[in-house]
Structure formats: structure tokens, C-alpha cells
Write a protein of this length. Sequence first.
Length: 498
Amino acid sequence: MSFGPPPSIYTQSSVAADRRRRKRRTVLLGAAAAVLAVVLGAGGWLLWPGEETGGTSGPEAVRQAPDDIRETTEELPVSPEGELVLEHDEEDVGKATDTSPRYAPGTWATDKVFAKGVARRIEGYRIKEHATEKAWTLELDGHLCATSRHVTADGRTAVVVQPPRAEGAAEDKGVCDQVVFVDLNTGKKLWQKKMPSADFAYATNTNLTLTKGVVAVAWGRGSVAYGMEDGRHLWNGTTASQCEDKGFAGGRALVALVKCGEVPDATYRVQKLDPRTGKAQWTYRVSDGVQDVYLPSSDPPVLAVAAGDSVVTDLISLDGRGRHLTTVSLSGYEAKCGTRYFSSPLFGVVENCDGMVVGGAQAFVMSKENIANGQPSDWIVAFDLKTGETRGKFEGRWLQMVYPLRMSGDELLVYRRSGALSPASIVSWNPRTDKETPFLLFVLPEDEEGVLSDPEQSDILVENGKVFFARRTVVRDDEYPKDPVLLAVGYGSAGLKH
């Protein structure tokens, strides 16, 4: 598996690149001010109850242990008017083309740092008003092979990378057998372990996740789990069976996707595991004829299945003992499971369904795009996980699609794309009351908006009152092949100190 051209060590931008960035920032800020002025003049809908006291968009989050998987409840900023707080251009991308891009898997943020994986390194940036200051760079032994969206409460995560190679050695096998545990606040490598019997682990089949105190990896031919504290080996799955661990879902619990046999005759089962021992606590057998299975949530356990097709057709919710609760048809909806990297199975796919979010009692799924003139371009529907009934609908606007991002307490954070006279925005939606609360309003770079706003091409991350957009691949501008390429931008409230 080729990962594109070798990355360059980050260097300071040239004078020309600095000018380009300053020009882009000036245009962005000017456009934002103009659009926000229009919106405010149209009725002042940016104000909401609680802005004087700094209300929250949901109940106060329960205090978590350091090795819990982070679940944050966002506070409403003092003002929804957004300002640029991060901008990073990737340099020396002249060899990165559409057919051989520079891959950039992995996007994370803490209250101190924004971090991005690129090729064979991870970089951290301090989040500052109108500035981007690199905090650290962690050079890895090889290219990134798998990442996870999960971060611990104290700001740690894990990645899988290729092993170190002797100078001049050919990268012909592309094996991915190294697990690296990283402190995102400092950029420090906490430990690195070689996965056992991982000769057939590649970027195309390796899936990584985190649950409380445990890092778990599966690559079809095997699986392994490590303790977060010191990287101690906890257990590994067998490789001598016709059934194999295809991947895991983490977070509050650890759930395994087990595949038996080969497509098109493969069968699947889902198991809840004890994270410390790997022993199954319950097993759910998926009906025959299903072509693929994704695990967008471990607790509550939810499956997204492709029944008779490669595209997800149904959601299946289970109770806490692995018993079937309901099946929801996704005809007319876009769960967006396995659609990253032009539907290539790169960097871990089992947990990634970018068109849906699972809450404690509901699954929120976006519809297919609606091209009817004057109607909402799409909408998000809340499905009850016990009954399968609809419990609410959040509509986009004409030519302004909406995407579900994540839960914030009991509310859903939604990204709404920009319109002719409306800025892009993050809003918080309460499906019980149908109340929509503005969170941030901002203007993305016009020439980059299409890529950055597409969840199949970019990570969209809300954390600590800020929103970040980061590409998953970097490709040169053929007209200006020596110019840096915008990799990530971030916005925070203009009413907050950074």
C-alpha cells in the first residue's frame, strides 16, 4: 500500500506564503463581518436566553476519570460570532497529486492543542487568536495506518503506524504493526508496542479504538489489546479460526465485529467484550445475506448493516444484553459508513459513519440530498432506539445542507453549510423541544469550502467551544504546484479570550 510521497519536515512559510495567508485571513474576516451584519440587521436572531450568564447547551457533564473516553458537554460561547483561531498550510506538496495524495488521517483537539496526523508525523498547534503557533511535532517510525476519533479525558489517544525501516529498504509490504500511545497536549510518545503476528495488518484492514483504560486493534487475521497506563499486553485474538475480529467499537464499552467466511457468503456476529480480558459477555448474530456491518456506537450498541448491497440499508439497535430492539430502514438516508477516501477501506472504517450520530436513546441520521428548488437541501431525523419511531426532524435550508456532528449532553451539534446571505454555523438542537440554539457562525475560505464542508473528505470537530475543519488528504494545486495547501482551519467565539 502506497501512502504517497514522503512528507517534508515542517518549515516556516516563505514570504509569498505568508502574504497569501494574510490575504486569505483578511478576506475571511471581512466576509464574516459583512455576512454577520446582514444577518443581525435581518432580525437579530443571534441572541438567545442565557447569553448574559453563559448558559450551557445541555446538562453539566459528569466528572470523568483520566482514562475514561472523553464525553464533553459544550458551553454556549458569550457570542456566536466566530473568529479565526487556527490556520495551517501544508508545505512542500508538489508531488502530491489526485492519484498519489499525501494522506492526513487523524484530527484531535484538547482544551490546549489542535493536533493533526499527516503522512508519518503528528503535529500539535496552540490555539490562539489570529495566529497559529506550532506546539510540537511527533515524528513517527512509519506512515500512519489507523487512527481513532476517541480521546481520553486527560487528552491521550493512540495510532497505528508502520515499523521503522533500515535506510534504503524498500517499502514493498506496507505492514502496519506498531501501536503508539500519545499525549496530545505535549506531543510526547507515552509508549510504543509491536502487535503480535501482524504480518498481514495493513492500512486497508486495520481498525483501532479506545475504551476505558484499554487500546484495542483488529486487522482481520488477528487482534490485540493493551493497557493504557503502560502499554502492557492484555490479550490477543486467535488467528487459527475461520472467524476473525474485523474491528472494534470503543468509547463507553468495547464491542467486536466478528466476520466468518468470505464475501459474498460471509456471516457476521457482534460481541460485547470485557476490555481487560477479551472474553465475550454476549453475542448477537447478524442475519445471513448482510454484505457488511459497521458499529457506530458501542453503548448503546447500534449496528449499521448493508443488507444485500454494499451501501448501508438498515440500523439495528440492541439492548444492554445484546438482544434485538428494533430495525430501522435507511431508505432515503445517508449514514455515510465507509465512504471516506472514495470508499477505500483506509485507516479504520468500522466505527466511522459520518452521516449519523448515536445518542443515549436516539440515532440521528441525515437524509439524502434533496435538489428540489426552494426546499431544504436535506434534514436530520431522530430515530428512537427502542421503537424505531421518528422523534424529531431538523431541517436544513435551501442550498444549505446540514450534517450531524456529535452529542453534547442530550443535544445534537449540527453543522450547517453557508448560504448566499448566511454564514456557515454550528447549532445545538434539542430533539425533545425542537429548539435550535446558535453556537458559532463563521465563513470558510471560499475556494476551500466544498472540500472542508464535506464529511467524506474532511474531519469536522467541535471541542471546547471551537470548531475545526481538517482535510484527510492533501493534493497540490496544479496551477501553483509549489504553493502551500490549506490543511486545517479553526474558529472560536469572538467574545472569548484564547
